[in-house]
Write a protein that binds this ligand. Structure first.
Ligand SMILES: [Zn+2]
Length: 485
């Protein structure tokens, strides 16, 4: 299908870069390829719907770039060791704490919460990254990275581990525009014994004498575990090369985690170039008004939305109605409005769906151009949604044009315009997480992977389906069947 609107040659993609605090035309180092790394979850507990905003944001950004003609290679990490109960070097490892709380093995905990997280991504139609990487699979690489830092004089040793000396980095804090002098003077930060300044951070944490941890490894600095920031530097460089295009995360990562990733990566690379050119950060959604989950007593989970009869895409629609750099509020009233709004939209596109896509005429092309302008303007999803709403209400458009537009809009928004019917938005079965259609799409992808002998990918898709209650059985002759379990 062709449209009269050429999105690849037209409007440049403009994005806000936290590093420069400016909106500018996005370009990649090696177009059309884009390397993008997103900080993933610490898998010690369920990810609530507030946590999921960061991944809906990264997914929408990736979809938008692909739609604009780029080809994004996306990497998300799984933090299964190293993240302490405070973002600074204080407290215990979150996984070890969870293991004690749940009287379970830290490895099992990581596995379970990773599975749950991936199931939620699928429910929200977040495309799986090209690479999943977890910290505990990269301990050797992290030690080698830390050895380079240590050997080139960036670090000092304490009984509690190896620390990065931030005073040696003239650019330290450039992302967050930290006022270090002010920070030191007014320091009320707890400082680990012997740390030269509050901003110094652990690259390696050595276990205390006599302490036995579930997750620890031998290193030149004693038995222990990597500092939290190290994994993101090491794995992003491993899978995307020393310099890549985009790094995303929540705004809470700016002052400590991303600041420290930059410091150690630029010290390690030592080539005088900025490590990553584009830093994009998503804002919070405030759950204050309605924060208690039925199942956990903590933050609301995607499965809580489903239990209350909301389709997960109604939540995605709610998120897209706010710009990613604006804080927004969650409430059950807002969920009801989002569901009603999405239902009206889906209603019109579903009614048109039996008519095959047609080439866009002038009025339809103008709606697509408005959508493109919104997406290209620092990922302005509220305006992009408004463009879809305007198209759905324009009675000059034919059903064939609406079918064509639904595919274009959904490539970026992923809210079911191309396949949901209004009835799908009221869940009857509390365990419906994905549609049969989505299962078939994933199975087709898995069959292709099997045909290409990419068994890792094929197993990954089988596990992903298992996590949402779909069992796949491979029959002789390369045929696969599936059923709900
Ligand atoms: Zn990270």
């Amino acid at each position: 299908m062709t449209t009269s609107h050429d999105r690849t040659a037209g409007i440049p993609m403009r994005l806000f870069n936290t590093l420069t605090r400016e909106v500018a035309d996005f370009g990649s180092a090696n177009p059309p390829e884009v390397g993008m790394y997103s900080c993933g979850p610490t898998v010690y507990a369920d990810q609530h719907i507030g946590n999921m905003r960061a991944y809906v944001f990264a997914d929408t950004l990736k979809r938008a770039l692909d739609w604009k003609g780029f080809r994004v290679r996306h990497v998300i990490n799984i933090t299964d060791v190293g993240h302490l109960t405070s973002d600074a070097d204080e407290g215990d490892d979150k996984l070890e704490v969870a293991a004690r709380r749940e009287h379970r093995n830290a490895w099992e905990i990581a596995e379970q919460y990773t599975r749950d997280f991936k199931a939620d991504l699928m429910r929200l139609r977040i495309i799986e990254p090209d690479v999943w990487c977890k910290a505990t699979d990269h301990i050797g690489e992290m030690i080698r990275f830390a050895e380079v830092l240590d050997a080139s004089g960036w670090c000092y040793r304490l009984p509690s581990g190896l620390y990065f000396d931030t005073s040696k980095d003239r650019d330290y804090g450039k992302l967050a525009r930290l006022d270090l002098a002010g920070q030191q003077a007014g320091a009320r930060v707890e400082v680990a014994a012997g740390k030269r300044s509050a901003s110094d951070f652990a690259v390696w944490r050595t276990s205390a004498p006599g302490e036995k941890r579930q997750m620890e490894w031998d290193s030149p600095w004693g038995r222990g575990a990597p500092g939290w920031h190290l994994e993101c530097s090491v794995m992003s460089i491993e899978y995307l090369g020393p310099h890549f295009d985009i790094h995303t995360g929540g705004v809470d990562h700016i002052p400590v985690h991303h600041t420290n990733e930059i410091a150690q990566s630029e010290a390690y690379l030592a080539d005088g170039l900025p490590w990553v050119r584009w830093w994009l950060h998503g804002e919070f959604i405030n759950l204050r008004g309605a924060k208690i989950s039925k199942s956990t007593g903590g933050g609301i989970l995607v499965t809580d939305l489903i239990d209350r009869g909301y389709h997960p895409l109604a939540y995605r629609y709610l998120l897209l109605q706010a710009h990613y750099r604006s804080q927004t509020e969650f409430s059950w009233d807002a969920m009801d409005s989002a569901r009603a709004g999405l239902r009206r939209l889906v209603d019109r596109f579903a009614a048109a769906r039996s008519t095959p896509a047609e080439r866009l005429g002038g009025a339809a092309a103008e709606h697509l151009a408005a959508f493109d302008r919104a997406v290209s303007d620092d990922l302005n999803t509220p305006r992009a949604v408004a463009a879809a709403v305007a198209a759905s209400r324009d009675d000059r458009l034919t059903d064939g044009e609406l079918t064509a537009l639904a595919r274009e809009f959904d490539a970026v928004l992923a809210i079911g315009l191309a396949d949901l019917s209004p009835a799908d938005l009221d869940l009857k079965r509390s365990d419906v997480a994905i549609s049969d259609e989505e299962v078939r799409t994933l199975l087709a992808e898995r069959n292709a992977a099997r045909a290409a002998r990419d068994f890792a990918r094929s197993d990954q898709i089988r596990d992903q389906l298992a996590s949402v209650g779909v069992t796949v059985e491979d029959q002789p002759g390369g045929v696969s069947t599936w059923r709900w379990t």
